[in-house]
Design a protein around this ligand. Structure first.
Ligand SMILES: [Zn+2]
Length: 347
C-alpha cells in the first residue's frame, strides 16, 4: 500500500448542513445520474463528454495558419465504422491542412493516452469524489493500486489549480479572518518524543467557511541560540498576502507575533490575550481535523506532498462537502483546465 493512498481527507467545516442523511440522498442522486451516463453507447458518451467540457469542443492546427495568421480549426468527424475508434464511438478530429490527419477526440484531456476506457476514468473520478476506499476501487473498477495513486495525483493537481485560482481574497471589508499556526508532528512509541514534521498555517474565512492551509518546514533551531530568541514569522505568514483581503480583520491567538501581520499590510488585528477571551475555530480545525487526515502516514510524507493534500482539503471543504457536489464541481473545474489552449506556438 502506498502511504499517499492512506491520507484521509474529510471535509468537516460545513458538516452541519451536510448531515449523513443529506449526503446519502445526494449520493444516490449522483449514482442514478452516473449510471445513465455509463450506459450510453461510446458515440453518445463522447457527445456527453464534449457537452461537459471534459473533452475539448475544438482543436486547432498550430503548424499551418490561415490567411489571418490564425490557427486552423480541425473538423470533428465520425466514422460509420466505429470499430476504427472504438473508445469514442467513431468520433475523431480531422485536419484538412495536414492532409486528413487524424487527432484523437481525447487529445488534451484527462482521457488522452491512458490505459483505460473513458468509462473507467469516469468511474475513477466518481470514486475519488465519493472517497471510496482504495482497496474497493481496485476491486470494483479493476485498476492497480499504482494506477489509483497516479490518478489521484492528477485529481489533486486539478484541486490545487482550482484552489489557487478561486480561493483567494478571503475576508473583505471589516470581515473576520482567523489565522493560526500549528505544528504537525510524529511521536515515538512511548508517545513522548515529538518530532515536528511541518508547521501549518491555517486561514479561515469565518463567514464563507473557506479554509486555506500552508505547510512550512519547521524553523531550524540554531545551536547555542537562546531559547527565548524571537522567531521569524515571515516565511510561514507569506501566503496571507495573496490569500486574504487586506481590509479584513485578522483574528488570531498568541501563536503569531502581530507585528508581522502589520508588516504584511494587515492593519486590523484582533488578538486573544487570554484563553477565555475567544475560541478560534481554525485552532480547533488545525488541532483535530488536520492531524486525523494524516494519522499514521505522516512519517512517510514530505512537505510538498503534505501541501498537495492540504490543497485537496481546502478544495473539498469549499467545493465538495457531499459526493454529489464534489463530482459536479470537479467536472466543472476539470473542464476549465481542459479548455485551456496549451502548447501554442503562437500566442
Ligand atoms: Zn495543419
Amino acid at each position: 500500500m502506498f502511504p499517499s493512498l492512506m491520507v484521509s481527507v474529510k471535509p468537516t467545516l460545513q458538516s452541519k448542513e451536510y448531515t449523513a442523511s443529506v449526503c446519502s440522498k445526494m449520493r444516490s442522486e449522483l449514482d442514478k445520474e452516473l449510471k445513465k451516463v455509463l450506459q450510453l453507447p461510446p458515440n453518445e458518451l463522447t457527445e456527453w463528454l464534449i457537452q461537459q467540457g471534459l473533452i475539448r469542443a475544438e482543436q486547432k492546427c498550430h503548424t499551418h495558419l490561415d490567411s489571418n495568421y490564425q490557427p486552423i480549426p480541425f473538423q470533428l468527424g465520425i466514422y460509420s465504422d466505429s470499430s476504427k475508434f472504438p473508445n469514442s464511438g467513431g468520433y475523431v478530429w480531422v485536419s484538412e491542412c495536414c492532409g486528413q490527419r487524424h487527432l484523437s477526440v481525447f487529445a488534451g484531456s484527462i482521457f488522452e493516452g491512458v490505459p483505460h476506457t473513458p468509462k473507467t476514468i469516469l468511474k475513477l473520478i466518481y470514486h475519488w469524489a465519493c472517497q471510496t476506499s482504495t482497496t474497493n476501487i481496485a476491486q470494483w473498477v479493476h485498476v492497480t493500486m499504482n494506477y489509483i495513486k497516479t490518478f489521484h495525483t492528477a485529481m489533486r493537481a486539478v484541486c490545487i489549480a482550482s484552489v489557487h485560482e478561486k480561493l483567494k481574497g478571503l475576508g473583505g471589508d471589516k470581515k473576520d479572518v482567523e489565522v493560526a499556526i500549528m505544528t504537525l508532528g510524529t511521536s515515538s512509541n512511548d508517545g513522548r518524543l515529538k518530532q515536528v514534521k511541518v508547521e501549518i498555517l491555517g486561514v479561515l474565512d469565518q463567514e464563507k467557511n473557506i479554509v486555506r492551509l500552508f505547510a512550512a518546514e519547521p524553523p531550524q533551531k540554531i545551536l547555542g541560540a537562546a531559547t527565548s530568541a524571537k522567531r521569524d514569522y515571515r516565511q510561514i505568514l507569506r501566503p496571507l498576502a495573496d490569500w486574504v483581503d487586506k481590509r479584513s480583520v485578522i483574528v488570531t491567538d498568541l501563536s503569531i507575533d502581530r507585528n508581522y501581520l502589520l508588516e504584511l499590510g494587515f492593519p486590523s488585528v484582533k488578538q486573544s490575550t487570554a484563553r477565555s477571551d475567544f475560541v478560534l475555530r481554525i485552532v480547533e480545525y488545525l488541532s483535530s481535523s488536520i492531524p486525523r487526515s494524516f494519522q499514521n502516514v505522516l512519517p512517510a510524507l514530505n512537505r510538498p506532498l503534505i501541501q498537495q493534500y492540504l490543497d485537496e482539503i481546502s478544495w473539498r471543504e469549499a467545493f465538495g462537502p457531499s459526493p454529489l457536489q464534489a463530482f459536479k464541481n470537479f467536472v466543472i473545474h476539470l473542464a476549465e483546465i481542459t479548455k485551456l489552449e496549451l502548447g501554442c506556438k503562437k500566442g
